[in-house]
Design a binder for this molecule. Sequence first.
Ligand code: AKG
Ligand code: FE2
Length: 361
Amino acid sequence: MAFPPSLVSHGSVQELAKNLNLTVPHHYVQEHREPTFVPNDSSPMQSIPVIDMNDLIMGGSEMRLQMENLRSICHEWGIFQLVNHGVDKSLVEEMKKRMVEFFKMPIEEKLRYKLKGGEYEGYGQTILHAQDQKVDWADRFYMITNPLHRRKSNLLPEFPPLLRDTLENYLLEVQKLGMSLFGLIGQAVDINKKEMFEIFEDGMQSVRMTYYPPCPQPDLVIGLTPHSDAAGITILLQVNDVNGLQVKKDGIWIPVNFLPDAFIVNVGDILEILSNGVYNSIEHRAIVNATKERMSLAMFFNPKMEADVGPSKSLIASTRNPPLYKTLVMEQYLKEFFSRKLNGKTFLEKMKIKDEDGDDT
Ligand SMILES: O=C(O)CCC(=O)C(=O)O
Ligand SMILES: [Fe+2]
């Protein structure tokens, strides 16, 4: 896939952060970081909703209630913690262990997978679109994992064998979970199951492994710039027990306290578009810790490259529900997404259909 050239980044933050007397270099310093919500007696801390997968799949008379709950959570929050998700605990633990080992490898080993200018798959930092762009306090590894022929031969196939095999197993298991969730999340908003499967079955999937080193001045930097995911859904695993994810709810940044053994599921832009705006792709960011490193593994589920990204045909069939978003082929959608700097929900705004006065319809 041809992408506009991007500038090569500054190097590894993990290596930089090994210097204990470090003053944070200016290109990491965020001048306008929005504050995290501080609870008080009149406004206590909210926490993101929890969904139990067993409740969702049990069917029966409770099903309608569960669907209503799922719909309102995806609408109000666009994010939830998923417990009893069915992915084998020992596989998840193994995955965490192998990922920790990956980031502990010497830098020379990791640089075998280095992200090159003009590409967006591989190991590196924030992709730069301008010389003066601020850089996140994190090293990342992003790659497409599905369809299989889109895998880059120098990435996953060249991983240390234990990491490669574990990741392959993990992807297969989480893929099953992802497809069940698509069926349910679609059903909850009346998109028929067949349509969901046609779009997402064997769709484009990718992963991002992120390493957030400790930072001596954590409030000056950001681990991950505010954004919504350009995905259908994301299934996120926190690899070590250090929190840092925050979500923007009603204009306020609130921290997420991961429950043990839970996945975080978030609604991405493509599901917001597909649901014609009923679901909300949640804006989120990650902050970093003064003394502890943090790691996360995100798996993104997208439509097939040749599928349309647009409001669901079963939803807009009714004249009472005109499309609020444009339709683009997935391949083009991704190209446009990656050619831009990550910046909140600005890309989704571009997909909105405006009326003639330029206002949102
Ligand atoms: O590290 C996290 O908790 C969030 C990761 C994330 O949002 C992403 O990779 O898109
Ligand atoms: Fe994200």
